[in-house]
Design a protein around this ligand. Structure first.
Ligand SMILES: Nc1nc2c(ncn2[C@@H]2O[C@H](COP(=O)(O)OP(=O)(O)OP(=O)(O)O)[C@@H](O)[C@H]2O)c(=O)[nH]1
Ligand SMILES: [Mg+2]
Length: 366
C-alpha cells in the first residue's frame, strides 16, 4: 500500500481546491527520484521547524526537506460501490493509498452546489462510509466464496484460521462498521492485510470551512469532531479558499503576514501535511553538515541499518555503527561540539531503534 494520502469526499466539497493549495509549491524533483508522478498526484515538502533550526546552527550549502505524497481523488457518490458515477475508478484509486483524508464540507455558500442540496456533515460522512463499507464487503465476499471452496478440498490451517475473520468482517461491514473497528488485533489484521480493505486505512477528517469561521469552531465542525473522536481519528480544519490564496502568495513573508492578519499561527495545509505524514507511520531523522542538511523519512520502529538504507542501500548492507544525538540536544547546547562535550553523542549499533528527530552519522564499509 502506498505511502501517500488520498483526498476523498463527496463531489464539490473542495478536494481539488485543497489539493492544489497543497501542491502549489511542489517539492524539488531532486527529493523524490525514481517515481513517476501523475497529474492527480502531488509531492509536497513536509514543513518541519526542526530542520530550520538545524540549518541555523549547522549552516549547509543545500537544504532538503522530507516529502510526502497526496492524491486528489474524484468525488465519490452514493452508489459508487455499485459502479455509479466513476464508481470503480475512485475505489481503485482509494485502495492504493495508505491514509485517507476525508474532506467534509463545513461551509455555507449558496453558489456552490451540494450534491444532496443540504450542508450536513454527519450525513455526508455516512454516505461515504456506506460506499466504502459496501466496496469492502464485496471484496471480502469474493475472497470468502473462493477460500471456503478451497478449504473443503485442502484443509489448510491458514485458510481455516482466516475464514472466521472474513465472516466477522462481512457481518460488521454490512452494518456500516469499518474493517478497522471490526478487527483490532494486530495479528488478525496481518491475516487479512492482503485484502487491502479501504475501511482498514486510517482516516483524517478535513473540515473545509468558510473564511468567516477561521479561528472559531462552527457547528458543522463540532459535528465532525464528535464523529472523529468516537473513531479515534484526527481532525484538521482548513479554509480551502483562503489556503489557495495563501499558497498563491510569492514570499514566505507575505504568507506570514496574511496568516497573522487572519489570526492563524500556521496554514492549515502545514498541519494537514504533518498529520498525514505521521498517520502514515513516517518519522524523520536528519543528517547535517556543511554540504547538506537533510530530513530523511523512515518507517516508525525502524532500526539503524534500515534507516541508513533510506540514504543508500550500501549504507544498510555495510552498516557498522551510527553516531547519534537527538536534535533537541543540538537546540539545547547550540553546537555539535557542545553536544559531544555534554556526552549526548552516542554510538549505536544495528539494533538501535531510530527515534524521530535523531541526527545521524553512519559508518559503513562496502
Ligand atoms: N465558499 C467556499 N467555496 C469553496 C471552498 N472550497 C472550495 N470551494 C468551491 O467549491 C467548488 C468545488 O471545489 P472543488 O475543489 O473543485 O471540489 P471537489 O471536491 O474537488 O469536487 P469534485 O472533484 O467534483 O468531486 C469550487 O467552485 C470551489 O471554488 C471554501 O472553502 N469556501
Ligand atoms: Mg476535484
Amino acid at each position: 500500500m502506498g505511502l501517500n494520502c488520498g483526498i476523498v469526499g463527496l463531489p464539490n466539497v473542495g478536494k481539488s481546491t485543497i489539493f492544489s493549495a497543497l501542491t502549489s509549491a511542489p517539492a524539488d524533483a531532486a527529493n523524490y527520484p525514481f517515481c513517476t508522478i501523475e497529474p492527480n498526484v502531488g509531492v509536497v515538502n513536509v514543513p518541519d521547524p526542526r530542520l530550520d533550526k538545524i540549518v541555523s546552527l549547522i549552516p549547509p550549502a543545500r537544504v532538503i526537506p522530507a516529502v510526502t505524497q497526496f492524491v486528489d481523488i474524484a468525488g465519490l457518490v452514493a452508489g459508487a460501490s455499485k459502479g455509479e458515477g466513476l464508481g470503480n475508478k475512485f475505489l481503485a484509486n482509494i485502495r492504493e493509498v495508505g491514509v485517507i483524508a476525508h474532506v467534509v464540507r463545513c461551509f455555507d455558500d449558496p453558489d456552490i452546489i451540494h450534491v444532496n442540496n443540504r450542508i450536513d456533515p454527519a450525513g455526508d460522512i455516512e454516505t461515504i462510509d456506506i460506499e466504502l463499507c459496501l466496496a469492502d464487503f464485496d471484496t471480502v465476499d469474493k475472497r470468502y466464496q473462493k477460500d471456503s471452496k478451497l478449504a473443503k478440498v485442502n484443509h489448510s490451517k491458514d485458510l481455516l484460521a482466516v475464514l472466521p475473520l472474513y465472516e466477522r468482517l462481512m457481518k460488521g461491514l454490512e452494518q456500516g462498521q469499518s474493517a478497522r473497528s471490526i478487527i483490532t488485533d494486530p495479528e488478525e489484521r496481518a491475516l487479512v492485510y492482503d485484502l487491502h480493505l479501504i475501511t482498514m486505512k486510517p482516516v483524517i477528517y478535513v473540515c473545509n470551512i468558510d473564511e468567516g469561521s477561521i479561528g472559531t469552531e462552527n457547528d458543522y465542525v463540532k459535528v465532525v469532531k464528535q464523529i472523529a473522536e468516537s473513531r479515534g481519528s484526527s481532525v484538521i480544519t482548513i479554509c480551502g479558499k483562503t489556503e489557495a490564496e495563501i499558497a498563491a502568495m510569492d514570499t514566505p513573508e507575505e504568507r506570514a503576514e496574511f496568516l497573522a492578519a487572519v489570526g492563524l499561527e500556521e496554514s492549515g495545509m502545514n498541519a494537514l501535511i504533518r498529520e498525514a505524514y505521521s498517520t502514515l507511520g513516517l518519522r524523520t531523522f536528519f543528517t547535517a553538515g556543511p554540504d547538506e542538511d537533510r530530513a530523511w523519512t523512515f518507517k516508525a520502529g525502524s532500526k539503524a541499518p534500515q534507516a541508513a538504507g533510506v540514504i543508500h542501500t550500501d549504507f544498510e548492507k555495510g552498516f557498522i555503527k551510527a553516531e547519534v544525538y537527538n536534535c533537541e540536544d543540538l537546540f539545547k547546547y547550540g553546537s555539535e561540539a557542545k553536544v559531544k562535550e555534554a556526552g549526548k553523542l552516542r554510538i549505536e549499533g544495528k539494533d538501535y531503534v531510530v527515534q524521530d528527530g535523531d541526527v545521524m552519522f553512519f559508518k559503513f564499509n562496502v
